[in-house]
Design a protein around this ligand. Structure first.
Ligand SMILES: *Cc1c(COP(=O)(O)O)cnc(C)c1O
Length: 386
C-alpha cells in the first residue's frame, strides 16, 4: 500500500525518546524549552510555546488575542476543521473566505471584498486565520496590509508548512502576523506523535499563551498578586487555562525530527518536481506556486477536471485504491460539515472551494516514497487521463 502521507522515524528518533524515558523528567523537564528554542532559531521568531497539538496552539492563540463572545473570526473553508473550531472554543462566530482557484489558499481579492462589505455592516472580524494549504504560504504581505487597513489580528495556520518559505524568509517568523501555528501530527512535515506550537514575536502574547497552556498558572513573581508574608506560594492561577502541555518524550522526538527537516523537505520537493514534469502536458491541473513562496509540499493536490475524464472523482479514487495507491481528499469545505450546516451555512457559499473539492485528489507525497512507488503513481494517473 502506498499511503498519501506517512511519518518517517529513524533510529536517532527512537534513541532520543528512550533517553527521556530513562531520565528524571517525562514532562516539564528540559526537552520542551530546548525544542522551543530550536524552533525559534529555525524560523527566526523570538517566542515559541510548544503544546500537545496544533488545535491547542490555535486555541491558546485565539485566547491570547482576546477573542471571545461576540467576536467574529474568518478562515479558509479549504482546511482541516481545527482552524475554525479554535475560535468557536472562545465563543466567537466563524465565517469563511473563498479560495484562490489556482493556489487553493484564501483569496486576497475575496478577503478584501468581504472586508469592504462587512465594514459597511459594522461586522469586521477580530482575527483572520489564513491557512497555508498543502505547505504553500498565503500572500501574507497583502493580508497583513489589509489587517492594518481594517484592524484585525492574524494567526497563520501553518500546520502544513513547517520548513516552507515566503519572500525568502521562513514561515513561522511572524513577519506578517501576530502568531503562527505548526502541527507535529505524524501526517505533517515533522512529528512529535501529537503536538504543535505557537510562535510569536510579541512577548505579551507569548506570556498569555504560556499561561493558557498550563491552567492559567504563573510562577513569575511579577505576575502574581500580593500574598501575605507568612504564606508560601510558588505559583498562582491568575487567569483561566488548560492542560495543553507537551511532554518531554514528545519534545525529544521533535528535536530529533527537526534535525532531519531539511532532508525531509528536499525529498518532498524532489517528488513534487517529478510529478510536475510528468503531468505538465496532461489535462491534470497541478497546484500553482506563487513566485513568493517555497512550499513544504505537505500535500500534493491535483485537479482532474470532470470534463476531461471518463471517470468520476469517486471512480478515480477507487481505481487508485485498487492499485494500492491510497489517495485522499483535502478538503471538504469546512462549512459543509454537518456541525457548520447546523449553524446556517449552505451549499454554494464559497463556489471555488466547492469546485476544488469536486475535482481535487491528494496524491501520495512523503519522504519515504521509493522511486518505483513514485513511478507507479505516475503511470496509474496517466492511465486515467488517457
Ligand atoms: C492537522 C491540522 C490541524 C490540527 O493539527 P493537530 O496537531 O492534529 O491538532 C490544524 N490545521 C490544519 C490546516 C491541519 O492540517
Amino acid at each position: 500500500m502506498i499511503q498519501y502521507g506517512r511519518q518517517k522515524i529513524v533510529e536517532e528518533d527512537i534513541q532520543a525518546v528512550i533517553s527521556v524515558l530513562r531520565s528524571d523528567f517525562l514532562t516539564q523537564g528540559p526537552m520542551v524549552p530546548r525544542f522551543e528554542e530550536e524552533l525559534c532559531n529555525y524560523v527566526g521568531a523570538s517566542n515559541c510555546v510548544a503544546v500537545n497539538s496544533a488545535t491547542s496552539a490555535l486555541h491558546i492563540a485565539c485566547m491570547a488575542l482576546g477573542i471571545g463572545d461576540g467576536d467574529v473570526v474568518w478562515t479558509s473553508p479549504n482546511t482541516f476543521v481545527a482552524s475554525a473550531n479554535a475560535a468557536i472554543y472562545c465563543g466567537a462566530t466563524v465565517d469563511f473566505v473563498d479560495i484562490n482557484p489556482r493556489t487553493y489558499n484564501m483569496s486576497v481579492e475575496a478577503l478584501e471584498c468581504k472586508l469592504n462589505l462587512s465594514k459597511k455592516m459594522g461586522l469586521l472580524p477580530k482575527a483572520v486565520i489564513p491557512v497555508h494549504y498543502a505547505g504553500q504560504s498565503c500572500e501574507m504581505e497583502r493580508i497583513w496590509g489589509l489587517s492594518k487597513e481594517f484592524g484585525f489580528k492574524i494567526i497563520e495556520d501553518a500546520s502544513h508548512a513547517v520548513g516552507a518559505e515566503y519572500q525568502g524568509g521562513a514561515v513561522g517568523n511572524c513577519r506578517y502576523s501576530d502568531i503562527t501555528v505548526f502541527s507535529f501530527h505524524p501526517i505533517k512535515i515533522i512529528t512529535t506523535g501529537e503536538g504543535g506550537c505557537a510562535l510569536t514575536n510579541d512577548e505579551k502574547i507569548a506570556v498569555k499563551m504560556r499561561q493558557a497552556r498550563s491552567h492559567g498558572i504563573t510562577s513569575d513573581r511579577d505576575l502574581m498578586e500580593e500574598t501575605p508574608a507568612d504564606e508560601i506560594w510558588n505559583y498562582q492561577q491568575v487567569s483561566i487555562g488548560y492542560n495543553y502541555r507537551m511532554t518531554d518524550i514528545a519534545a525529544a522526538l521533535g528535536i530529533s525530527q527537526l534535525s532531519f527537516v531539511e532532508e525531509f523537505l528536499e525529498k518532498r520537493r524532489t517528488i513534487a518536481r517529478v510529478f510536475s514534469e510528468h503531468f505538465e502536458n496532461t489535462p491534470i491541473i497541478l497546484p500553482a506556486q506563487h513566485p513568493d513562496t517555497l512550499s513544504s509540499f505537505h500535500l500534493y493536490p491535483i485537479r482532474v477536471p470532470s470534463s476531461c475524464l471518463a471517470n468520476t472523482q469517486m471512480e478515480v479514487y477507487k481505481f487508485l485504491h485498487g492499485l494500492g495507491i491510497i489517495v485522499n481528499l483535502h478538503y471538504i469545505p469546512v462549512y459543509l460539515q454537518p456541525y457548520f450546516r447546523r449553524l446556517g451555512f449552505k451549499k454554494g457559499y464559497c463556489p471555488e472551494s466547492e469546485l476544488f473539492f469536486k475535482e481535487a485528489i491528494s496524491i501520495p507525497i512523503h519522504p519515504s516514497l521509493t522511486k518505483p512507488e513514485i513511478e507507479k503513481i505516475i503511470s496509474a494517473l496517466k492511465k486515467i487521463v488517457h
